[in-house]
Design a protein around this ligand. Structure first.
Ligand code: UD1
Ligand code: MG
Length: 490
């Protein structure tokens, strides 16, 4: 493979973001802007990647190291222009690495795709040009460097501030992504001056320098020029995020995923979806979330790093670092915290919060419960309103419930405690001691009824009157029916 160096410029100030977070670290679709560009660069399998850092580099350097551990870091102390930035990158390389082809990209163009970079690199490699420009035609070229051509080809890039009215009218712009033969770049960098409106070293001056040397310059017009659009403030960031989201959704729809409402659906770039997944309105699938075939997610779910099994149904749920088994049923209004694993065919129902809990195959926690630090065996049913009391105020403890157990409503399981296979508990039980397999645990005291209490102590109130009326002998047939007259049940 060719010797290829990718230089990513990430030293700029990004003051228009008005943020304590460095501009290129702002996230979009689950990665930082810089992360998207580094991923596109890595798709080329370059020999080396150089990141030029400057502003807030204490934030940027660890991020680069995490994503591309072997990247070369070049520190640009003051931002004296793109030409200066590339010179700093060049000087950070050992002499033997200053060879082959060099691609320069910016860290704030998150839509950039690896295959576009590949096509551009191939264009340059297949030519005799000293350098090539990734250009595009835009309806409003304001702010960009204009690509100036004559009969002999590309002759210059003229920055907006230095452009004549005639040059300013050119709609072919420099995206900022440039490719160079290393030998030419090496010779050109020291010759770039800063005698211009911004007193900056313009990398784009290399075009005129190549022509001075009698070398040709190519321009590869990228149809999808939006890929090279940068974000300078948060309004532009949001607009790029919407664009990226729409591209991600289109890709998944073409792969056989139903997205009912693309406007209210957000899917991060690293999410994976199978065919015949259905996404209902108001869903965010984030991080490394994976959804298997025939699962239905939504409406109104946020799932981050969640695995959804085949044919599962997840409704109005917030989940993070959880696993939902095949055919399981989750929601509405469920909260799956990290470490929750719902088995195949299991159920987590309305107003249930689970954390660090394994719910076995076919096991159910259908209503109004907190399941923390627990293991629930297959086929077990947990009664409505059960609290797994995992915290004694100092430490967390685990609860284990066996297979095919049936626990009553409004129970509290005071961990650490174990309820055996096939065991049962009565309504309102507070389980403080282990329940052996097959046993019925009841902790509430026997019920006491104080007859006639309401008639005596609540006389004259509606409660007392109702009790009084109910205690009178039953009326004769034909009169208004009273309590106890109806058919049983109901
Ligand atoms: C640059 C190009 C212009 C092109 C436009 C595309 C030059 C002289 N002009 O202009 O032709 O149309 O991008 O967006 O190259 N940076 C550094 N160190 C510096 C200066 C810049 O790392 O000293 C980084 C910035 O963080 C940014 C990128 O380089 O990511 C571009 O710099 P910027 O100042 O935005 O250049 P433009 O004036 O937009
Ligand atoms: Mg710019």
């Amino acid at each position: 493979m060719n010797d290829l160096t990718v230089i990513v410029l990430a030293a700029g100030g990004g003051t228009r973001m008005k943020s304590k977070t460095m501009k290129v670290l702002h996230p979009i679709a689950g990665r930082s802007m810089l992360g998207h560009v580094l991923a596109a660069a890595q798709a080329l399998e370059p020999t080396r990647i150089v990141a030029v850092v400057g502003n807030q580099r204490e934030q940027v350097v660890p991020h680069v190291r995490e994503l591309v551990p072997d990247a070369v870091i070049a520190v640009q102390e003051s931002q004296d222009g793109t030409g200066h930035a590339v010179r700093v990158a060049w000087q950070a390389l050992p002499a033997e690495a200053r060879s082959g082809t060099v691609l320069v990209a910016y860290a704030d163009t998150p839509l950039l795709q690896g295959d576009s970079l590949r096509a551009f690199a191939d264009f340059h490699l297949g030519s005799q040009h000293a350098m090539s420009i990734l250009s595009g035609r835009v309806p409003d070229p304001a702010g960009y460097g204009r690509v100036i051509r004559d009969a002999s080809g590309v002759v210059a890039i003229v920055e907006e501030r230095e452009a004549t009215p005639e040059q300013a009218a050119v709609d072919e712009i420099n995206s900022g992504i440039l490719a160079f033969d290393a030998d030419f770049l090496d010779a050109a960098l020291p010759r770039i001056g800063n005698d211009n409106a911004k007193r900056e070293y313009y990398l784009t001056d290399t075009v005129a320098l190549a022509r001075e040397d009698g070398r040709s310059v190519g321009a590869f017009v990228l149809d999808d020029v939006k890929q090279t659009e940068g974000a300078n403030d948060r309004a532009q960031l949001a607009s790029l995020a919407r664009e990226m989201n729409s591209r991600v959704l289109t890709r998944w729809m073409r792969e056989g995923v139903t997205v009912v409402d693309p406007e209210s659906t957000w899917i991060d770039v690293d999410v994976k979806l199978a065919r015949d997944v259905t996404i209902l309105p108001g869903v965010q699938l984030l991080g490394a979330t994976v959804v298997a075939e025939d699962a239905v997610v939504g409406p109104d779910c946020t799932l981050k790093d969640v695995e959804v099994g085949e044919g599962a149904r997840v409704v109005r749920t917030h989940g993070e670092l959880a696993v939902i088994g095949a055919g399981a049923d989750v929601g509405p209004f469920s909260y799956l915290r990290p470490g929750t694993v719902v088995g195949a065919g299991g159920k987590i129902g309305a107003f249930v919060e689970a954390k660090n809990a394994r719910i076995g195959d076919g096991a159910k926690v259908p209503h109004l419960s907190y399941v923390g630090d627990a293991e629930i065996g297959e086929g077990t049913n947990i009664g409505a309103g059960t609290i797994f009391a995992n915290y004694d105020g100092v430490e967390k403890h685990r609860t284990t419930v066996g297979r095919h157990a049936r626990t009553g409503s409004n129970n509290t399981f005071v961990a650490p405690v174990t309820i055996g296979d096939g065991a049962a508990t009565g309504g309102g039980t507070v389980v403080r001691e282990d329940v052996p397999p097959g046993a019925l645990a009841v902790s509430a005291g026997p019920q006491r009824n104080l007859e006639g209490w309401a008639q005596r102590r609540r006389a004259g109130t509606k409660q007392g009157d109702a009790a009084e009326a109910a205690s009178r002998p039953a009326a004769s047939p034909g009169t208004t029916p009273g309590v106890g007259d109806g058919p049983p049940g109901g």
